[in-house]
Design a protein around this ligand. Sequence first.
Ligand code: SF4
Length: 430
Amino acid sequence: MKVALVNPPWTFHGSVYLGCREPHLPIELGYARALLERAGHEAALVDAQARGIDLIALRAEVAALRPDMTVIATAPSYLSWRSPPPELRVPMAAVAALRGHGGLLVAVGPHGSATPRAALRKLGVDVIVLGECEEILVMLAGATESRFWQIPSIAYRRNGIDHVQGGPYAACLRTLPALRWDGATIARHVHHHHRFDAVPDGPSAEMETSRGSPCRCASCARDGARDRLRKRPLATVLDELDALLAEGVRHVYFIDERFLPDRALLEELWARDVVFGVQLRIDSWSREMLDLLGRAGCVSIEASVERPSIEGMDPLTRRCSASTEELTALLVHARRSVPFVQANLSDAGSGDPAETASWRQRLLGLGVWANEPVPAFPYPGSPAYTRRWGAPDDGAWERAHAHYIAEHRTFGDLPDSRPLPLTELEHGAR
Ligand code: SF4
């Protein structure tokens, strides 16, 4: 079977999307390509965002491939799956452009994982994959439609009836291969994600060493998915890293939800001529391991911190159990060897704003960057959503979005001063 794997040309005008708007490697599509090829299929990855091609050019390219199946991502990359653009405007437009040219249309991403029926209806695709898509896409490529009932973690419509089979899928990280990216892909990837210490001196790449986090921060859209920590084998990570370095990569961003202390990995990084950035929970790290992290080449830490809970662990969110003083001491210690350390403050509606403001000023004075707390979007599938409205239903994204833009007057560093309603963003996209 021939398969096209599409990252559509993203636009963010009017969106409340707070994530990075630069292109990143679509890692999930990279794995899918490798697994499909391993299974004997032909697979082509068309990254319209990275290449700056529009829907017309995308349609022409996909049509020329004459695929039997086309996969469309509903978030720009795994980096944004936990906090994607809430609207489906871009993937809806991509589906409309590719209908009749791409064979079986399959959507992958966080929207279909949290609300499969709504995503199926809005996107108008044939199949939705719930959760991590790589292995499921291989099953789909090897099956006729009459056999879809045997495939886990998909939603599809057959004879006018929506079928949702199982929950979000978790891939086996032990068997996912070391990714390979061609020279042109790497050469155009000049953006160094979340790096502020130096001007980029060559291309960057995103990688992952693990998936999953046992925490449940209020705004993180991962209920029922990625709860269990899974690690890639060190040999696979190093194989991929060394191939990237051979292509000229100078900087790597590890997209792991929660980059964990791993002495063997850090010592291997230390031995290589590369710098890297991570996101982590600072309370998972000892001072000794933070020192090793800095020595290994870490130039940027983004440490997720909700308003500090002096009381310790929140029973619902199972949030950080460290005190504000302990968090401060660890952040300041990390800053001794890592040039940029950010306490990423989000506002999940708990805690005392004055206390947070004063903590922020104190961190800034100690050399740790701390942003103004950004109002946390209550993503369907996040504890913040579930606490307020229960399990997400077909109107979950509209409900969360309407609540969010009605409730908040300021949106941190959001480039658009006033976000548009979700229905307006998606109107006419199909
Ligand atoms: S630490 Fe919190 S924000 Fe990070 S992945 Fe885990 S739950 Fe999400």
